[in-house]
Design a protein around this ligand. Structure first.
Ligand SMILES: C[S@@+](CC[C@H](N)C(=O)[O-])C[C@H]1O[C@@H](n2cnc3c(N)ncnc32)[C@H](O)[C@@H]1O
Length: 255
């Protein structure tokens, strides 16, 4: 299909920026001799709402390219700040554990900034763990830190865990609801079911003075404060987007 036709097709399907999506498809499409044809099947799949990274197999994440397998949560641009903050807090030894790693985008960005770091990822979905390995992480499939050896310690723990409150799942974009795995989003009644388990796992895995970095939303920093204190963390530093909405927090394990 010609790019101009693909743009029309995606525009008609309601894509917000069809020209940018077609440009991204063109980047990864197996080109024909004329160099301008896009696989019609790609355009059809995208028009039906399938995430673009599942079609091309790639996502751009803060200047790096990450592989994204079909069915695996595509990384969001706003998660990059968490990764950059993690890279800045790794210290000299540089051991990072990325729980709920998905395709491993957070860990891959940390490795891009700190090539000497050991970056370990875990995800409940074996396809996600395999994808994280393809992005350069040491990654295993399992629940939280379950696959790790007892005593394995880290300087920083990151997690973009599922944190959408179950009642708010219906407010997610239609494409997200229809295509992305519910397990990637559903955080239980207040969105913090898995996050609380991450806090407990991080408390056990972090060295004294190590950092836990979490992506959150709404007023979840307030809701989580008691859990963090009980698990041995100092008062957390939240960060926000340009509109003042919560994006995440950093909490230091008491030295
Ligand atoms: C919102 S996605 C984030 C993925 C990745 N960190 C990113 O930012 O691209 C949440 C991920 O958590 C995983 N997950 C959910 N519950 C889990 C659990 N109990 N243990 C490990 N992974 C889990 C899901 O499979 C999904 O890949």
């Amino acid at each position: 299909m010609r790019p101009a036709d693909a743009i029309d097709r995606l525009a008609a399907a309601g894509c917000v920026d069809p020209a940018a999506e077609v440009a991204e498809m063109s980047r990864w499409a197996p080109v024909d001799v004329a160099g301008w044809k896009l696989p019609a099947d790609w355009v059809r799949r995208r028009a039906r709402g399938e995430p673009l990274p599942w079609i091309t197999g790639h996502a751009a994440f803060c200047g790096i390219d990450v592989r994204v397998a079909p069915g695996v949560y595509p990384p969001r641009p706003w998660s990059a700040e968490l990764a950059l903050t993690a890279a800045g807090r790794l210290g000299e030894v540089g051991r990072l554990l990325d729980l709920c790693t998905g395709c491993g985008a957070v860990g891959a960005l940390v490795r891009a900034r700190r090539p000497d770091a050991l970056v370990v990822g875990v995800d409940a979905d074996p396809a996600a763990a395999a994808c994280a390995r393809s992005n350069g992480l040491v990654a295993a499939a399992g629940d939280l830190d379950g696959p790790l050896r007892p005593g394995a310690a880290f300087d920083v723990v990151t997690a973009v865990a599922p944190y959408v409150p179950t009642p708010a799942l219906s407010t997610l974009a239609g494409d997200v609801r229809e295509h992305e795995p519910r397990r990637a989003h559903d955080g239980g009644p207040d969105g913090l079911d898995v996050v609380r388990l991450v806090v407990a796992a991080a408390a056990a895995r972090l060295v004294p003075g190590g950092w836990l970095l979490l992506e959150l939303g709404g007023d979840q920093d307030v809701a989580l404060a008691t859990d963090l204190a009980a698990a041995g963390f100092e008062p957390a530093e939240p960060w926000h987007d340009a509109d003042g909405d919560l994006l995440g927090l950093a909490a230091r394990r008491t030295p």
